[in-house]
Design a binder for this molecule. Structure first.
Ligand code: ACO
Length: 380
């Protein structure tokens, strides 16, 4: 019998305070530093949202210009990163490639090598901008390598979202594509103590460095119960094929106790606050592409699953097909989530460091009782 004091999966446990975001499942709302995420998605460039998460306030026009200049200057890859990407097997999952490349970025930061360097938290803002700028260049290069194409260098005359799409596809994207991508980045940026953010905070709590914490968070995000779900949604769509096959597919999946990816949430039980905004963005792409088949499949699976289980879509449900319609390969979807969430992770790493307590919970032992090695005699 399980101990009632054990909160498996830390469900319902409040482990610390945070001033970065507030998830309120009762009102179905999500605030970043007090601002509803829908308002930020409707009005702000992703760069301004990153600044908000790190500094607590939206930037003034002057602050935004200085921040953008710093981010743009950090975009080009070090030749050693290009060489690293070439060394990694071409078939490796992009999440594993990105985890490895981000780890390498930490080794370029000479400030980590001097005594006290990695705990010099004043440097963490700059390190965070560096990761914000480098990750898109790496992700785009990984995508192009999978297509057998050479990387495209970043352009300093383009904003974050336009440049990301430019480096991936090699054509200037439409205003609608840029807007949908920007919205997805804003919505994915932050979500309180989710599994990957908590992982980052655990690592930061040992007074490890920011890069190590981000690498650990990438590992946590990879799983399909967390960030990997946006990729898994697309695999499910491919498996089902068309709207008329949803019912038999769902009957079979539920009979086999399969989890339906893109549905359910540990915190939201009546729907994810981010979904309506992302769904509206997806609808724009569907209208532009004429992919009514995808729209029908999406709507049928949603209505059938909600009717049967009362479990609602999470952000990964609309974002997966949106990234598909933007032209990304399915295996790149979770790296896109990282590109956004690195802002939230690093905000939490800095917050954890600012009022640190080592995160070290207890466990209840339920293994074999104490026993001894035959013939062992302890020292007198
Ligand atoms: N498909 C089928 N059944 C589900 C699903 C689902 N997507 N989600 C929950 N359930 C069922 C569970 O089987 C369980 O049923 P039971 O009580 O009969 O055993 C019940 O609902 C409770 O589910 P748990 O997994 O225990 O709830 P938890 O809070 O731990 O799960 C989670 C949250 C992990 C997100 C879950 O809903 C899930 O696995 N969803 C699919 C993966 C997914 O979409 N992840 C993305 C999360 S959001 C994000 O990262 C942006």
């Amino acid at each position: 019998m399980s101990d009632p004091d054990i909160k498996k999966g830390l469900a319902g446990v409040v482990v610390d305070t945070t001033a970065i975001s507030k998830v309120n499942p009762e009102t179905n709302s999500l605030l970043y530093r007090g601002y509803p995420v829908q308002e930020l998605a409707a009005t702000q460039p992703f760069e301004a949202v990153a600044y908000l998460l790190w500094h607590g306030e939206l930037p003034t026009p002057e602050q935004l210009a200085a921040f953008e200049a710093q981010e743009r200057a950090f975009r080009p890859l070090d030749p050693r990163t290009v060489a690293l990407l070439d060394l990694i097997p071409a078939e490796a999952h992009p999440m594993d490639v990105l985890r490895t490349a981000v780890s390498q970025l930490g080794t370029f930061d000479a400030s980590l090598n001097r005594p006290g360097g990695w705990t010099d938290r004043d440097l963490d803002f700059g390190r965070s901008v560096y990761l914000l700028a480098q990750i898109p260049t790496i992700v785009a290069a990984v995508q192009r390598r999978r297509w057998g194409l050479a990387p495209i260098p970043p352009r300093a005359d383009l904003d974050y979202s336009t440049n990301f799409l430019w480096m991936t596809f090699g054509v200037l994207p439409s205003a609608a594509a840029v807007d949908v991508f920007r919205i997805s980045m804003v919505l994915y940026a932050e979500h309180s103590f989710n599994a990957s953010t908590f992982t980052a905070r655990v690592i930061a709590s040992t007074t490890s460095d920011l890069y190590s914490a981000v690498v650990g968070a990438i590992g946590a995000l990879k799983g399909p119960l967390h960030g990997g779900a946006n990729e898994a949604v697309m695999h499910i769509f491919e498996e089902i094929g068309s709207a008329d096959r949803v019912v038999p597919w769902l009957d079979d999946a539920l009979a086999h106790k399969r989890k339906i990816m893109g549905f359910g949430h540990r915190v939201y039980k009546r729907g994810d606050s981010r979904v309506p905004t992302m769904k509206a963005a997806l609808d724009r792409l569907i209208a532009d592409s004429g992919r009514t088949d995808l729209a029908e499949l999406y709507a049928t699976l949603e209505s059938e699953f909600v009717a049967r289980k009362g479990i609602y879509p999470n952000l990964d449900y609309p974002s997966g097909p949106a990234y598909h319609l933007l032209g990304f390969e399915t295996e790149i979807f979770t790296p896109l989530f990282i590109a956004a969430r690195v802002t939230g992770w690093t905000a939490h790493i800095m917050e954890q460091a600012a009022s640190n307590a080592l995160i070290r919970p207890l466990s209840a032992y339920d293994g074999v009782p104490e026993r001894h090695i035959d013939g062992y005699v302890s020292d007198p």
